[in-house]
Design a binder for this molecule. Sequence first.
Ligand SMILES: [Zn+2]
Length: 298
Amino acid sequence: MNRRNLPLIFCAVVVLLSALAIAAQSNSFTQTNPTWVKPFPAFRIAGNLYYVGSEDLAAYLIVTPQGNILINSNLASSPPQIKKAIESLGFKFNDTKILLISHGHFDHCAGSAEIKRETGAKYEVMEQDVPVVESGGHTDFHYGADKSMWFPPTKVDRVLHDGDTVSLGGTTLTAHLTAGHTKGTTTWTLDETEGGRTLHVVIVGSPNVNPGYKLVGNRTYPQIASDYRHEFEVLSNLTCDVFLGAHGGYFDLLAKYDRFKKGDKNAFIDPEGYKAYVADRQQAFEKALHRQSSAAHK
Ligand SMILES: [Zn+2]
């Protein structure tokens, strides 16, 4: 063996091992969550906003004359599925100019490295999630040591801050920091025009407290509880007509799509459903916090 080839061989082994790790990750999680990889028909939600995700992992495409914005890259195995969904609508995957995410967990951002590589899209991420996506999940406050949650590290091209806007070809999105689930969880809002009416679209980043999350005495995320409280305040104050989120399950994608397919053009207009969802998630958070606080004071 030529010694000069050693670094090359080492690189090849690293690439192979990370590919195997990603394959293993996809297998273990998709066995428990088959809807994460189950293809779903791409469709136009309102104005220039389209659904291009799987049955439960949501991805959104905003089509403009200057190229497109994609929200969420999903699993490391998802990019071919997202590409297919975009092409089924008659658009080009390579027209993706900006890539955004809901938050820095592998089920929403593991495909980012590949999408950047293939399309050259600019990756724009909320400041507090930047270290997580750039380290491939190694610096996540809760899952950092859990290999099964790691993903390909991806360089961020623009660091976003709370209230920043992302504009392209006449469409502007606003990034709302709604942290707690991750330190940089982002809820996206934008306006769409449909039938002469302006619709306020809200894409919820995640209001959920995952199993095992420490809301009291969290050493790696001391302000987690106050961040969740702030998130619910922000979400409660948003005006929402079209209710969307990082997972189809948040906003009942299947039932709404079914109505939409049967001709209900307003199936995704659901201000009441949005309010009820936020209230329900806030209650779940308060309950978890109360349980953990009482246990800590015993
Ligand atoms: Zn998550």
